[in-house]
Design a protein around this ligand. Sequence first.
Ligand SMILES: *[C@@H]1O[C@H](CO)[C@@H](O)[C@H](O)[C@H]1NC(C)=O
Ligand SMILES: *[C@@H]1O[C@H](CO)[C@@H](O)[C@H](O)[C@H]1NC(C)=O
Length: 448
Amino acid sequence: MKITSTGLLALSSLLPLALGQSQLYGQCGGIGWSGATTCVSGATCTVVNAYYSQCLPSSASSSTPPPTSTSSTGTGTTTSSAPGSTGTTTPVAGNPFEGYEIYLSPYYANEVANAVTQISDPTTAAAAATVANIPTFIWLDQVAKVPSLGTYLADASSKQQSEGKNYLVQIVVYDLPDRDCAALASNGEFSIADNGEADYHNYIDQIVAQIKQYPDVRVVAVIEPDSLANLVTNLSVPKCANAQTTYLECVTYAMQQLSAVGVIMYLDAGHAGWLGWPANLSPAAQLFTSLYSNAGSPSGVRGLATNVANYNALVATTPDPITQGDPNYDEMLYIEALAPMLGSGFPAHFIVDQGRSGVQDIRQQWGDWCNVLGAGFGTRPTTNTGSSLIDSIVWVKPGGECDGTSNTSSPRYDAHCGLPDATPNAPEAGTWFQAYFETLVEKANPPL
Ligand SMILES: *[C@@H]1O[C@H](CO)[C@@H](O)[C@H](O)[C@H]1NC(C)=O
Ligand SMILES: *[C@@H]1O[C@H](CO)[C@@H](O)[C@H](O)[C@H]1NC(C)=O
């Protein structure tokens, strides 16, 4: 029998109080939960994460489409419809991006400069060269990269003094033990079984030590892409279930220690096609809220980052057909749906990656995230975001750095990188992918 979710919702709205049962998609357990632990008919109480059990449709009884996710990096495309035109242009109070010059990563500038020398068409080469002036985030994805942060902070500090401007350095904290637990392409250097938690603390301590030396430079950080979203939807993957406690402990440590040296943080919150599905919104909100309050509400936590390394539009002109069934078919809708669910004083401010969202409707499935074919650079970083919830549009993923190899013999091969909508001949994750960069340049929207 096919039961529509509308029917279940209508029924459940009458019953929960009377029967002490939770409604479809309602909470039915988790640390600190004192409400009903059983679900209305047609739904089963399912453990989502340590903080949240949820009434999900009993198998095959619901018309609600299954949530989809992308694991490491983005999928999607954006037709960027001028965000500034759709909402308020009033700067968000306390917006850490306001009044700051964003430090350009010399590492990325160098990658771009090298890439330009390989482009023979002068028009394309000139357009490509301008990408070096667009700020991206610095990924501290190995402990060996942490000392470079000190170099950049010193550089930003001296620029700040010579130019009389305030500088902001953007980093990604990305080195959890058993990283990328639901995919293969971005496996990290630390393992839970081999001292991973202590290694991670040491990694954070080294970042803190660098930042402490330059209290005059503002640091904005995205915290651990994909990790918390994996705890919301991927605990059925043994590696994720095994990593749950460690991820929570390590992210707590990062929030507390980085907050103590003034870092402004956005926890990674997946994207509209992952946590934006109605079934995932409440468990996600609960996870972020509990994690934050259990950490002592660190003052450096400013909010959440969405669409990191993904391809979704901030505002889609029309829903991409692959988003069908998810009312939150773009990042703006996702953010507007998630924000009111965040509780306990969790700061509902957002940044949204649009670096590779210039072209929309290019994926075959919403969960496709690897070097999506035909992607173009998207809306430039700006605080003119069209929403009082969004501090800034950012480019977190440095466009041109590969999402994952298409070499099926590589130990880090992930099948997503071999799909028909993934760009072929891709090198290992994080290394330069020249052909991909050139497409991003050619298809940039707005044009470079
Ligand atoms: C992770 O969860 C998402 C969302 O439910 C799902 O689409 C994806 O297949 C999962 N990944 C794995 C490896 O199970
Ligand atoms: C693919 O990966 C295998 C195993 O790491 C390696 O030996 C081989 O050279 C790679 N092929 C290419 C084309 O890079």
